[in-house]
Design a protein. Structure first.
Length: 276
């Protein structure tokens, strides 16, 4: 009975995410003890179904804590790599070169969430003309969808031959097809290039080094999916004024983050509605 009571207490500690559970080595339990724990667990949860809510809340809290720590670490690395993030001559940007704030997006043209956030970001760019918006092609789906790589390659060619404004026109044209997750075709990509007066023909692996640089940069920061955003001032970055967001966001959410950053660097924030 005493042994069963100890096992039961151990189980309850684990179920409720009690710190005591970390000191229990369940691998050392016998088969009989594990069976006893299973029975205790079933009986307890039948009698106390609210424990499931407590378990769910405990797990959620741990996940949120881990995610917050991950984003904080990513922001710190972004600060260390800020020159590569902000001043790479081969990276397209829209807005003033001497802007006080930068918003950097890592994206893949085949990413459904990138496609959804593209029109939201377009509104934010229109409403915040004083901000530098930086675009980092990150074709993570290229193994499954070859047009991810092709679109990134041609984006680099457009930038090289025609500059930032043409790049943005090309960028928007691809997302305006509303083709993603394998639906984006070679014809879609080539049409966008021709739209800005660029021959879509490429040499084998052309611009591979530039794309690889973006992929390696993302990896260093801890970005493994798209879209991902970095919000930071262009000087005097610190843990308080640099934020990494590894998910899509609405225009309202994006604007709120920008407004918070404006306050942190000492700007007066006028009310800026996220207009359609």
């Amino acid at each position: 009975m005493k042994n069963k009571l100890v096992l039961g207490m151990a189980l309850l500690s684990a179920l409720t995410f009690n710190a005591q559970a970390e000191s229990i080595d369940f691998s050392k339990l016998t088969t009989q003890e594990k069976e006893e724990i299973g029975k205790i667990a079933r009986d307890y949860m039948v009698a106390n179904p609210e424990i499931l809510i407590e378990m769910s809340n405990g797990l959620k809290a741990k996940q949120e804590q881990a995610q917050a720590s991950q984003l904080k670490d990513a922001a710190q690395i972004a600060i260390e790599l800020q020159d590569q993030i902000l001043n790479d001559k081969d990276t397209p940007f829209i807005g003033p070169a001497d802007a006080k704030i930068a918003v950097i997006e890592f994206f893949d043209y085949n990413c459904i969430y990138c496609s959804r956030v593209a029109p939201e970001l377009k509104v934010i760019m229109k409403n915040n003309p004083d901000i530098k918006f930086v675009f980092k092609e990150m074709p993570i789906f290229e193994d499954n969808f070859p047009t991810s790589k092709l679109a990134a390659q041609l984006a680099n060619k457009v930038l090289q031959e025609k500059g930032n404004e043409a790049y943005l026109k090309y960028h928007d044209a691809i997302y305006e097809t509303k083709h993603f997750e394998g639906e984006l075709t070679v014809a879609d990509v080539e049409k966008a290039a021709k739209l800005v007066g660029v021959d879509p023909k490429l040499k084998p692996n052309q611009y591979k080094d530039k794309i690889d640089n973006n992929m390696e940069l993302a990896k260093k920061i801890g970005i493994h999916g798209t879209p991902a955003f970095i919000f930071m001032p262009t000087s005097n970055q610190n843990d308080d004024n640099t934020l990494v967001l590894m998910q899509a966001a609405s225009k309202e959410q994006l604007q709120d983050i920008i407004n918070q950053l404006r306050v942190k660097i000492g700007e007066v924030v006028a009310e800026t509605p996220a207009k359609k």
